[in-house]
Design a protein around this ligand. Structure first.
Ligand SMILES: [Zn+2]
Length: 294
């Protein structure tokens, strides 16, 4: 099977050095190091090009250690996210840099793959830290650790550790003879259709989640569930696990809370309406393209 390409992996996370404070500080002090400023899930971008992130150096800003997360390296250059906490600080930065905070969801379609991975990770890190300031076990304050890849409860009796995580979700292209099943949710752009998807529930295998979601949303049974590929989708914090499956029944009974519409499509029908396909950077698009190319 020819596999449509998803974003390649650009970031070298060098996770073995996150605990090395001397190394992390040396990276911050390096002139080549780039800081990605994030304010409320928006990324600082140049005024002259809203799709181009405005990278900062550590010497350009006053950054509390709590606001910095080491993301990793790309081509030997270290990248950190810098969380901006207040609207006043955000306005000052925009004025000083002739830049604007762009909602990540708006700028993402314009970004090169390299920046897409970095910026989504920067926004996710900023978001996660902003919502984990207190221990869920004892309610004491937590503090940043491991260059931003962990938070630790400051109560010595507790010392609970917290790690950023993603929720597993499945997404599946279902075929029957020469057609595939695509559906749409009511809030999507008009005419857009995509493969079915849903979250894995606690205690459930991902294969069981595929069969359950398809039955719940479309009322059909499937077999021959095969893994295809995965994609981190950090808004919300999902790890999308892509599958192919074959339907053993075709009469659809839709859950109106999940799907506004769904239908079986031939390859010619999809090729004739390319505007119906989802974002080209999505795993859903890759699943559909692979099926079209078979
Ligand atoms: Zn605690």
């Amino acid at each position: 099977m020819q596999t449509a390409s998803l974003s390649p992996y650009f970031i070298d996370r060098v996770s073995h050095v996150r605990e090395d404070n001397v190394w992390i500080q040396a990276q911050l002090d390096a002139g080549s190091t780039r800081l990605i400023a994030v304010y409320q899930s928006s990324v600082l971008c140049h005024n002259y090009d809203p799709g181009r992130p405005c990278f900062l150096s550590h010497s350009q800003v006053t950054a509390a250690p709590e606001s910095l997360v080491f993301l990793g390296q790309v081509d030997g250059i270290a990248y950190f996210s810098l969380s901006i906490q207040t609207s006043e600080a955000a306005e000052q930065l925009c004025s000083a840099q002739q830049a604007t905070f762009q909602a990540y969801a708006v700028s993402a379609p314009m970004l090169e793959s390299e920046y897409h991975e970095l910026l989504s990770l920067a926004c996710f890190s900023s978001y996660w830290h902003s919502r984990n300031h207190y221990c869920g076990s004892c309610a004491s304050a937590t503090e940043i650790s491991s260059a931003g890849h962990m938070r630790v409860c400051t109560s010595t009796d507790c010392a609970q550790r917290y790690f950023p995580s993603m929720d597993p979700a499945i997404i599946v292209l279902i075929e029957h003879e020469d057609r595939c099943l695509l559906g749409r949710q009511a809030h999507w752009p008009e005419t857009m259709y995509s493969t079915l998807a849903g979250f894995v529930e606690p205690g459930e295998t991902i294969e069981a989640a595929v069969a359950r979601e398809v039955n719940e949303e479309a009322g059909i049974q499937i077999e021959d569930i095969r893994y295809h590929s995965s994609q981190a989708w950090l808004f919300p914090n999902s790890l999308m696990l892509g599958f192919n499956a074959k339907a053993t029944s075709t009469d659809l009974q839709l859950d109106a809370n999940e799907l506004e519409a769904a239908a079986w499509f031939t390859r010619d029908q999809i090729r004739a309406q390319p505007q119906m396909l989802p974002n080209q950077k999505s795993i859903s698009y890759a699943l559909i393209q692979d099926w079209l190319n078979r």
